[in-house]
Ligand binder design. Structure first.
Ligand code: ZN
Ligand code: MN
Length: 495
């Protein structure tokens, strides 16, 4: 079966709002901690009382600078704050402090790729990244049957970084790859925890289609999708929206630029797996932006910007390359390891250095360590076997002191008892069987299995597996690969 190419190109741009990991809010000293009882983290500034004055949080600005530098953005030496005016119950001031025509950073890029090679690596261009304050949270119908609405202002004034891309993404898979890479970068820098469930990372997607027709290319009206609570939801929503727009275009022929056609906002319904129309989108002129008279503009020197760029250190993309070059990992394996974060990367390199082999360390980390972490709900920080101890075990596996399957028993025991590899091997009675004892064992096995010998002589090599099973029963320390080799040698010498 051949995949019929879609009769259109999907064009996607993303706006991502990221909560910065500061202890206090952007313009006051209130705590930003998540999960406190409603309206316990507020003050006259963030609740918009008359006569109060905002003061910028330096830390929020520093974290933003780091992010902008890591996103290869230009950083403005002069930037200012603007009021974005709209009314909503979760916005007590009646305006949001944001940045309009002079964002502190602009024109950057983030490179994405697919380790499985489903799309070519590409640079997704960033239009701008600016700082702004978050609004509060409306809670509708929290009590069954009462249909009441409440407002929690704890989140009001929390620093947000808004990162806007050009419409450079062309598929749900590329969209997910961009978000995954962005999250990796932000958590690597410690700029945000990017917890989507707690709202630390929120994504809006602008989507439309470019359709080839006999009379030329047409574009469908742009739709902004909101309410997506996971990367999976973003992927599904974008795919759904493409199909919906195509069928609407087939029915109505409405296209971008037609009179009376506006940008529409649609919400993703994760249960029904559809987008639903919410409103026709405002133009930015509707917000009547104007410079905030209560805040001074922010200036940054070229030296300060240079210092930030210098201080970034190795970023995830560079670490992936290092693991491929220095440890011989495939792009897929380096991607898995780097996606686990800094501590896991160090765990890997420590174990691999001691084991003397990156590929072996990567296999064990993925097949054994990550699996157990998943089953037991552990992080690498709480995983009890130190990296050096695992590396020592792997060194012994490579030297043939213990075979892979017994090595797994050793690791399990190290996990349970905190013993070293040597201690666990001794406790399990693992010792290398000497070659003459192993030879004697194999001769005995060959003599006792005439049927297997006939099969092997007839070319059915897999029959030799029977020797390994029997050898393990007689001596669990017998090395399976060596048993197989010796048995085959003995059989080859038989008449
Ligand atoms: Zn406050
Ligand atoms: Mn915004």
């Amino acid at each position: 079966m051949t995949d019929k190419p879609a009769p259109y190109t999907i064009v996607i741009g993303l706006e991502t709002h990221v909560q910065l990991q500061t202890a206090t809010k952007l313009f006051c000293g209130c705590s930003t901690k998540f999960g406190a009882p409603p309206n316990t983290q507020t003050c006259p500034v963030c609740t918009g009382h008359p006569g109060t004055l905002p003061v910028m949080n330096r830390r929020a600005f520093e974290l933003s600078l780091q992010t902008a530098a890591a996103l290869n953005c230009n950083i403005a030496t002069y930037t200012k704050w603007d009021r974005k005016q709209y009314y909503y119950p979760d916005l007590p001031k009646g305006y949001q402090i944001s940045q309009y025509d002079l964002p502190f950073s602009y024109e950057g890029w983030l490179e994405i790729g697919d380790p499985k090679g489903k799309f070519e690596p590409k640079r997704v261009r960033i239009i701008r990244a600016h700082l702004e304050e978050d609004a509060g949270k409306s809670m509708h119908d929290e009590h069954a049957g009462k249909a009441d609405s409440k407002i929690d202002l704890n989140r009001t004034g929390t620093p947000l970084l808004e990162i806007v891309t050009h419409p450079d993404l062309r598929s749900p898979a590329e969209t997910k790859a961009y978000l995954t890479e962005l999250k990796l970068l932000l958590t690597h820098l410690g700029v945000s925890d990017c917890n989507m469930q707690e709202g630390s990372l929120r994504v809006d997607a602008n989507v439309n289609l470019h359709i080839e027709t006999p009379t030329g290319k047409v574009a469908t009206p742009i739709v902004e999708i909101k309410n997506m609570n996971s990367f999976r939801a973003v992927e599904k929503a974008v795919a759904y929206e493409a199909e919906r727009q195509y069928s609407v275009w087939q029915e109505t022929g409405k296209k971008l630029g037609d009179p009376g056609v506006f940008k529409q906002t649609r919400g993703w319904d994760d249960t029904a797996n559809v987008t639903r129309g919410q409103r026709e989108k405002e133009e930015s002129s509707d917000y009547r932006y104007f410079p905030d008279p209560d805040l001074v503009p922010v200036t940054v020197t070229a030296e300060q910007i240079g210092a930030v760029r210098q201080s970034l250190g190795e970023l995830p993309a560079q670490i992936r390359t290092r693991l491929e070059v220095s440890y011989g990992l495939t792009p897929y394996d380096s991607d898995v390891i780097v996606n686990q974060g800094r501590t896991f990367i160090t765990y890997f390199t420590t174990a691999a250095d001691i084991a003397g082999d990156g590929k072996t360390a990567s296999n064990w980390l993925q097949q054994d360590v990550l699996r157990v972490m998943g089953e037991r709900n552990l992080t690498i920080e709480s995983y009890p076997v130190p990296a050096a101890a695992l590396g020592d075990l792997l060194k012994r596996v490579r030297a043939g002191e213990v075979d892979t399957s017994r090595g797994r028993e050793v690791l399990q025991r190290m996990f349970d008892t905190n013993e070293t590899a040597a201690e666990a091997m001794q406790a399990l009675g693992i010792e290398q069987v000497d070659e003459s004892a192993l030879m004697a064992l194999c001769e005995e096995l060959v003599a006792a299995n005439p049927k297997v010998v006939v099969d092997v002589k007839a070319g059915k090599m897999q029959a030799a597996g029977a020797f390994v099973g029997q050898a393990k029963k007689k001596n669990p320390n017998a090395n399976p690969a060596r048993v197989r080799e010796l048995c085959l040698e003995i059989i080859a010498k038989l008449p």
